[in-house]
Write a protein that binds this ligand. Structure first.
Ligand code: SF4
Ligand code: SF4
Ligand code: FES
Length: 299
């Protein structure tokens, strides 16, 4: 991972203006361009912030400085920039955003590397395939609805001790493990030409329940996404999960299903966990065909 670019000291002498304070450490600053949006459906606008460079910053620590300062590059007070994060170690996917044009996790995006590639400035945008809630926070509800649609879990009908589960061979485990690393980040969906943004607003007189039901219908009509196809394959390969394999394949072949995938392979190229998504998609395609043939003769 580390390609030896901890060259931060070099920047102390590069003549950038300092904001003066801070005693030891860096004298340099860098600018952060953020695509902001005050609320769902509102117009977006760019805003520039100037941040003092510190050792070993990641984009989350940059955003913390931006929020704490709440002042743009021109020195005007602005509302703190909103973003999402949880785990801070690239396993929850919550901090996914577009950083210098690449969709990735803010917590694992290191400032030293970003500035080495693009000196002086970091650009932050929210993902474009999900509705913006505010600034860099997006609503990934559709991503989770897809997981629900394909039943990406193993049903457990109680909490009593059911004894040891069925055995899995080391080969099966090795095949399953990479798929289990999916963190529902959405990078694969951001890159997919078949996954287009769905953003609905609540109509006058519509209750919350009615709105959610309409939203779910709309989500289900649209492409389910590579992440969900891959998770369906993970659970269909599991000895216990196989019990519901037919239901998962039904979901994958319903409207918005695997038939919409154009095999552009963008998803597999961008997955931060290097999940073999196109292998999962090919496997799902074959399984879906067999399932359809079997259903035809079972009628
Ligand atoms: S292979 Fe399918 S799921 Fe992946 S990016 Fe292409 S269209 Fe989307
Ligand atoms: S498959 Fe990869 S890119 Fe897609 S949601 Fe999972 S971890 Fe993210
Ligand atoms: S905070 Fe969880 S992936 Fe970045």
């Amino acid at each position: 991972m580390d390609h030896g670019h901890h060259d931060s000291h070099a920047h102390e002498s590069n003549g950038h203006a300092s904001h003066g304070s801070g005693g030891h450490g860096h004298a340099s600053t860098f600018s952060v361009r953020i695509l902001r949006q005050d609320g769902p459906g509102e117009a977006s606008y760019w805003e520039r912030h100037v941040i003092e460079r510190e050792n070993d910053m990641n984009v989350i620590s940059v955003l913390q400085r931006v929020a704490a300062k709440a002042e743009n590059a021109e020195g005007h007070k602005v509302a703190p920039v909103a973003w999402d994060c949880n785990c801070l170690e690239e396993v929850c996917g919550a901090c996914t955003m577009v950083i210098n044009g690449r969709t990735r996790q803010a917590c694992s995006a290191l400032v030293d590397r970003l500035l080495a590639d693009n000196p002086g400035e970091i650009e932050l945008r929210p993902m474009s395939k999900f509705p913006v809630l505010r600034d860099l926070m997006v609503n990934r509800a559709r991503l989770f609805r897809s997981l629900q649609k394909v039943k990406a879990w193993i049903p457990v009908d109680g909490y009593y001790n059911m004894g040891p589960g069925p055995r899995q061979s080391p080969e099966e485990q090795q095949r399953a493990y990479p798929l289990s690393e999916c963190m529902s980040c959405g990078c694969c969906l951001e890159a997919c030409p078949q996954f287009n943004k769905v953003e609905l607003t609540r109509r006058d007189g519509e209750t919350e329940e009615q709105f959610r039901a309409r939203e779910k219908q709309e989500f289900d009509r649209n492409f389910v996404g590579a992440h969900a196809i891959s998770q369906a394959m993970l659970f269909n390969a599991h000895p216990t999960g196989q019990m519901n394999a037919g239901e998962r394949l039904d979901a994958l072949t319903a409207e918005g299903g695997i038939q919409m995938c154009g095999n552009a392979q963008n998803c597999v190229a961008v997955c931060p966990k290097s999940i073999p998504l196109t292998t999962s998609i090919a496997r799902a395609g074959r399984a879906a065909t067999l399932h359809a043939v079997k259903k035809f003769f079972d009628r």
